[in-house]
Write a protein of this length. Structure first.
Length: 221
């Protein structure tokens, strides 16, 4: 079904959840607000959203070195207390995120971090592609936005699908994984920043099967 912006806004006001989470919840529940609220609570999204404004200044800086020393990741993830920073579940979560960065090489944490000049170039490329494909002018904005969403899923860590998802969690993103941890631990959690190093980057061409090799080892970890 088509979900109206006003309905999404109403659900956001009641739960504090993000736009896309609210839209998905309403779609899954055929526009029923109460069922959508329950859906968000079951997913841990509503409770996570309520904690999102709380200051998270503790946490850890995690390092991950891929087997053979070819990839290194430094990642800062924040929580609210030092107690949680020492929690085994929290640390395992941070390690998983560092492995995700090693495997899929995101460039930014969230879509808001993508520089405007990069977005402008991407939009122009998509516009020219659509025109060359013979797409009608009136549909160009929708086409560009759709392709931008795919771009974000490639380059933004929070929008990538978690590489260690099992069949029961197919499609779960890093953002959803964060919200699950917030619900589980009871504190706000923020992925602040990361740096990813790859041996020989910018010097030699990456082997075609290198990313597949990294992902395979991450899933086994």
């Amino acid at each position: 079904m088509t979900v109206s912006a006003s309905l999404v806004k109403e659900l956001r006001t009641k739960t504090g959840a993000g736009f896309m989470d609210c839209k998905k919840a309403l779609t899954e529940t055929n526009g029923d607000i109460e069922k959508a609220i329950s859906y968000l609570r079951e997913k841990g999204i509503a409770s996570a959203a309520k904690k999102a404004d709380r200051v998270a200044a503790e946490g850890i800086v995690e390092s991950y070195i891929h087997a053979g020393g070819r990839i290194g990741v430094l990642l800062e993830v924040n929580c609210e207390t030092d107690f949680v920073a020492k929690n085994d579940n929290f640390r395992a979560f941070v390690k998983d995120v560092a492995m995700q960065i090693a495997a899929l090489a995101p460039q930014y944490v969230r879509r808001e971090d993508v520089p405007e000049d990069i977005l402008a170039k991407e939009k122009e490329v998509y516009r020219q592609q659509a025109l060359e494909e013979g797409k009608p002018e009136k549909f160009l904005d929708n086409i560009i936005n759709g392709r931008l969403d795919k771009f974000y899923k490639q380059v933004c860590l929070l929008e990538q699908e978690f590489v260690k998802n099992d069949p029961d969690h197919k499609g779960r993103t890093i953002d959803q994984l964060v919200k699950e941890q917030i619900d589980l631990i009871g504190e706000n959690i923020t992925i602040r920043r990361f740096v990813r190093y790859e041996l020989g980057e910018g010097i030699e061409k990456r082997q075609d099967n290198f990313v597949e090799e990294v992902m395979s080892q991450v899933k086994k970890a």
